[in-house]
Every structure is written in C-alpha cells, then in structure tokens.
Design a protein around this ligand. Sequence first.
Ligand SMILES: *[C@@H]1O[C@H](CO)[C@@H](O)[C@H](O)[C@H]1NC(C)=O
Ligand SMILES: *[C@@H]1O[C@H](CO)[C@@H](O)[C@H](O)[C@H]1NC(C)=O
Ligand SMILES: *[C@@H]1O[C@H](CO)[C@@H](O)[C@H](O)[C@H]1NC(C)=O
Ligand SMILES: *[C@@H]1O[C@H](CO)[C@@H](O)[C@H](O)[C@H]1NC(C)=O
Ligand SMILES: *[C@@H]1O[C@H](CO)[C@@H](O)[C@H](O)[C@H]1NC(C)=O
Ligand SMILES: *[C@@H]1O[C@H](CO)[C@@H](O)[C@H](O)[C@H]1NC(C)=O
Ligand SMILES: *[C@@H]1O[C@H](CO)[C@@H](O)[C@H](O)[C@H]1NC(C)=O
Length: 660
Amino acid sequence: MHSFLLFQFLLLLSITWFCSSSTTTSPDTNFPHVCNCTRNSTFELNSTYHTNLKTLFSWLSSNATNSAGSHITKVSSGNSSVYGLFQCNADITSEKCQKCIDQAVYNVTSECETSKEAVVFVRFCFLRYSYRDFLTIAEESPKIFLLNLKDYVGQLATFNNEVSEMMYTLRHKVADIPMGSRRFAYGELNITAKQSLYGMAKCTPDLPPEECSSCLVNAAADIPTGCCKGKIGGRVLFPSCGVRFELYRFYEPSSHLNILRLGGNRKNRSHQRQIIISIISTVVSVLLLCFGCSLCFLSRRRQRKLLRGILLRESFGDESLASFESLQFQLSEIQAATNNFSQGNKIGRGGFGEVYKGVLENGQEVAAKRLLGNSWQGAEEFKNEVLVMAKLQHKNLVRLLGFCLEGQERILVYEYVPNKSLDYILFDPQRSRPLTWSERYNIIRGIARGILYLHEDSRLTIIHRDLKPSNILLDDSMNPKISDFGMARIVITDQIQVNTHRVVGTYGYMSPEYAMEGMFSIRSDVYSFGIIVLEIISGKSKSSFCESHFSDDIRLSAWAKWKEEKPLELLDTTLKGNYSENEVMRSIQIALLCVQDDPNERPTMTEIVSYLNSSSGEVPLPQEPILSKSKKMDYMSYYHKTHSINDSINDLSVSTFLPR
Ligand SMILES: *[C@@H]1O[C@H](CO)[C@@H](O)[C@H](O)[C@H]1NC(C)=O
Ligand SMILES: *[C@@H]1O[C@H](CO)[C@@H](O)[C@H](O)[C@H]1NC(C)=O
Ligand SMILES: *[C@@H]1O[C@H](CO)[C@@H](O)[C@H](O)[C@H]1NC(C)=O
Ligand SMILES: *[C@@H]1O[C@H](CO)[C@@H](O)[C@H](O)[C@H]1NC(C)=O
Ligand SMILES: *[C@@H]1O[C@H](CO)[C@@H](O)[C@H](O)[C@H]1NC(C)=O
Ligand SMILES: *[C@@H]1O[C@H](CO)[C@@H](O)[C@H](O)[C@H]1NC(C)=O
Ligand SMILES: *[C@@H]1O[C@H](CO)[C@@H](O)[C@H](O)[C@H]1NC(C)=O
C-alpha cells in the first residue's frame, strides 16, 4: 500500500537559491536527491582543504550509526577548516542511515567536485559541509521545495489552516527538544472520517531553540504560497530546518518517534468552548436584562477575559504553570541589576513606563521596563500576557525574558539589544553612514517575518498595534528586532476585527479604520508595515513630507510617483544608484498594497513574505488611496478630539525603548 502511494507520489523539484528563480524538474521519483554546490568558491585538488574534506567525509560516515542519528564535526589543519554535519530522518534504522550518508557523500563528491561548500538532501538524510562556520545559525538558503502534484479537493482554506495548526504544534515540540538529539516531530490529525493529515518538522541538532523556531516559522510560511499552494502534500527544506505534510503516512511509525496525535479531543474542546460561551452569553444577557445597559461593557470584557483564559490554557496546557515560575524575577534582583533604577541606567521613557538597562547576576544584559504605577491591566491579565509573550521566539523579535509582579510594581524584562533603533539610523542626519540598499531590504524582510510570526502564531493572533521605526531595534549585524510587542493585543483567531475604546498606537502609522473607528485587526499592522517600508525606501520620515504630519503624505506621494511610472524617484538619494531595481520596485508595490484604504484589500503577512522571498512571483497591482478631503477632515477632527480629551495618544507614541 505504501509503495503504491509512493509510486503515485510525483515530485516536482523547484530549487531556489537566494532569490533566483531557477527551477528544475526531476523525473527521479524513487530516490530523489538534490545537491546544491556553491560554485564561486572552489578548492585545489590535493590541497589541505581537499584532504580535510576527505577526512570530514570519513568521520561523518563512520559516525552514521551513532545513536543521535546525526553528527556535527570540524576538521582543521594548516590554515584551513571545514565544517560539516549530517542528519538522518528519525524514523529510519542506523543501517539505512549509513547507506544514506554514503550515498550523499558519493553524490556530493561527484556533483560538487571542488566546491568549498555544498548541501545535499537525500530521501532519508541530509548532509552539508562548508568552509564557513554555519553552526548554530539558521540558514534558509538554498530553499528546496518538493511538492506532491495532486491538487487538494475540498475546502482549501480549511486544509491550509489544519496544516498551519499542525506546523505550529510541531514547531513548538521540535524547538523544545534539546540540542544535539533527534530534533524531529511528527504529527497526525484526522481531518475527515476518511482522511488524515501527516506532518513532520525538524531542525538540525546545532540550532538553539530560538533559531530553530524562527527557521520553522519561515519554512511553514512557504507552504501555502511558495511551495505547495493547493497541493495535497509537499516539503520545504532549508539547510537548517524543514517541514513536510502529506495525506498519507510517509514515515515508519515506531515507539521512539515523537508522534503527536493531534485534535483527538478537538471537537470536544470546541464543543466545550461553545457551551461555555453560550453559558456566558446567557448569563450576560440575563445580566443585561437585570442591570440594564450600564453593565453591558463590563460583561463583554469579562466574557472576553474568560475566553482568553480558556484559550491560553488550551494553547499552553499545564506546562504553563511550570514555565511561569521560571519567568518570575524578584524585585530585589531587578533592583540590584539596575542600580536601584538609577538615572544613569535609564535608557528610555514612554507612555507605558521607563526603561532601564541592567546586568543580571549571571552577567546577562537586560532592559527592564518599569510600567507606570496605576497600571491599566489587572494582575491576572498581566500574567497571561507575559506568559504568551515569553513564549514568542523569533530572531526578529526582541525576547521577553520575564517579569516581576510585586505589590504595585510591574516590570517586564527584555533581552538588551545594543544598537540603535531604526528611526535613529534612518532619519538622524548625525548618523555615521546611510544604510545601503541590501541592508534596507534585509531590514524590510526581517520586519515582515517578525510580524508574520506574531500574526500567524497559530491559535493566538498577536496584533502589535504600535509598529513604527522607533520600535524596531537593530542588532550588530543590522538585523531588525521588533520590540514593545509586550503591549500588543492577543486576539482569538476567529475574531476578525476588534473594536476598542482606547486607541493606542502612533499617529501616522495607524491605519485609517483604527485611528478613526478604533477597529483594529492584523490588517492594521499591515498598514503600519507599509508606511515603514515607504520610509525605509525614501529615507524620509512620514512627517518630513511637506506641511502636515499625516501619513497620507508619504502614501500619496508614493502613489503619485507610482502612477507617473517614476517610482524610483522615491528612493533615498544617498543610495546613488547602488540598488537592485527589481527589489526596489517590488518593495514599493508591496508597500502600496499595504497602505490601501480598504483593510480587506491589504495583503496578509504570509503573502507579503512570499512576495519578498521571490524575485519573480506576481505581486497584485495596488489601488489608489482614496482618503478624500472630507474623510481627511474627519481624520483631523478625530485627531484633535482624542488629543484634547486625552493626551495619551501622543504620550504613548513616545519611543518607550530606545537604547542609547
Ligand atoms: C544551486 O545553487 C546555484 C547557485 O549557487 C543555483 O544556480 C542552482 O540553480 C542551484 N541548484 C542546483 C541543483 O544546482
Ligand atoms: C559567492 O556568491 C555569493 C552570492 O551568490 C556570495 O554571497 C559569496 O560571498 C560568494 N563567495 C565568494 C567566495 O566569492
Ligand atoms: C593529487 O595526488 C594524486 C596522488 O596522491 C596524484 O595522482 C594527482 O596527480 C594529484 N593531483 C594534482 C592536481 O596534483
Ligand atoms: C566520529 O567523528 C569524530 C570527530 O567528530 C572522529 O574523531 C571519530 O573518529 C568518528 N568516528 C567514530 C566511529 O567515532
Ligand atoms: C595558508 O594559506 C595560504 C593561501 O591561502 C598559503 O599560501 C599558505 O602557505 C598557507 N599557510 C599554511 C601554514 O599552510
Ligand atoms: C547517487 O549515489 C547513488 C549510490 O551511491 C548512485 O547509484 C547514483 O547514481 C548517484 N546519483 C547521481 C545522480 O550521481
Ligand atoms: C484517526 O482515525 C483512525 C481510523 O480511521 C483511528 O484509528 C485513530 O485513532 C484516529 N486518530 C485520532 C487521533 O482520532
């Protein structure tokens, strides 16, 4: 039965190296292997490197039967080093692993000849070597897509959701497996009476949990768009991680495998949830009848809070209690770290509180954000949010390390990012040098991936609500890290839009529907992203566009240039022609899509990331911003109204986290 299915399983091979669009088709369905050799850097025959490489292969091969099913090693002699690793699938025997490694070595030697660097994917194993020390870093190119050619028949959106939920669960499972051991997780889910979905996620054994998790987010994000749109199965393979899904069991089940049987009580749970919701609703309606409309708001809030509690328990289970303990800091620890909140340690302030740099007892540098006294959040709610935020692991997000909750004190402890924030690096005339185009493009892509992670983190959708350059920190290698998501809102996935009485966020980066009507959704973050992209491209802050400080100006002037077919005129003049025209054009087009007035017309972050990942895929045409004069007036009067009632809009917009 299996082999019959395998026989039917046709593979289309599409290999992308960086953003190039080279596509090859492999007819070899029985035993596909894919080598990718970096051709621009080669070694001499009989050189030290060559000898080292041969030693490396023999070491890898002789370790093929070890218990971990993987081996990482480095061979150095003279002044050259070669790094290598192999990893066998967790469901195969050690003999099979040995065979697979030998084949991989054979194939990579014959195909890559004198390349100093190569990756090879064979059906049951994976091998790579390089002159660069690639260990502990998540590498996502070359990307290998393998797809099942059969189209999915049925509700594709539902299927995609099932796949992404499975990938979410598998990702957390894999990231939690200790480094050095078999980092594979398999999943099974009955999607209908007759059909089951099978999935797999893996990371190489050298990746730290955070890198593993963020690599898998990106791999899973390629499933619905880049790799296998509308298909019943496929794989996304990166050098550092990979995912696969199929409608048949593609692995040998055995007791030592991490197989998660998902959704066993899914129906029950959602049923329970429904019952709870309906009970709550009944209670709420009764309350409403009894106490009149004045209680309406309170009940809804309580209902939402209850729902959220259920959701959090579902997402994190009982382990949440254990992990909670480990996140808690004593007030005394933080006082010691920050010199008792001394002025000298202060690195920023904003509407939510003040930020202090600190050094923990173990030497780790942190940024502690001390929330303002009469806090806006109850203790329970605060704990819940912290728990969720601390679970977020992505290289484009500043990591929340823990919290302190003692008496009136509420403190959030973040990892410390040494570099300055994007607004400083982009707009400050005193900065040392302007950003190059490739740095800018890297920043755009990094921000997009960070937001994607927040939005698509499965059942929990996290809306940042205050995306802006001052909330984007840059590390030493100019990689962006989104900060301040600790104040973001978690919404239940099936809630499409949320209405709030309290508009927080920064004027100019807020989408019109949020600023005017208080409606926020993932599409309002997409809008802010679009404005940020336009600022990164132009090197100008939204407010430096002419007389007023409406984001509309950057939007409208971008649209005008686009319409005149001169979008390149938007570009920061400091780039002096050093840029990729294709990348710039695509970025502008994507930004214009993001800032469209109708939230439903804006792309999702998944779509955006896939547009940014390919240099040739089609990007839809944006529509003209239609904010009319009268609407603009409303916008303005709304602004002044909120401004006079409550100064907090401006207050909240102050950068709350700006390391100096
Ligand atoms: C491997 O990478 C190169 C770029 O170094 C690319 O041109 C090629 O298409 C990729 N795929 C294969 C099968 O070599
Ligand atoms: C090889 O080419 C890649 C880009 O295609 C580049 O990043 C790398 O630095 C090059 N290596 C050498 C040794 O020139
Ligand atoms: C490499 O060494 C082998 C024998 O050890 C020799 O036959 C071959 O000619 C050498 N190749 C080069 C390029 O020196
Ligand atoms: C395994 O790899 C190590 C180096 O990483 C090497 O010293 C050893 O000889 C290899 N073989 C076996 C059987 O351990
Ligand atoms: C180191 O490499 C260079 C070439 O890159 C070579 O000329 C030199 O002889 C090497 N030194 C040693 C000690 O092998
Ligand atoms: C890969 O290796 C296997 C066995 O080692 C060999 O039979 C096969 O022909 C190789 N494939 C290619 C394309 O070289
Ligand atoms: C899925 O269905 C199979 C039979 O169709 C059953 O044996 C298995 O227990 C089901 N799995 C779950 C998790 O419900």
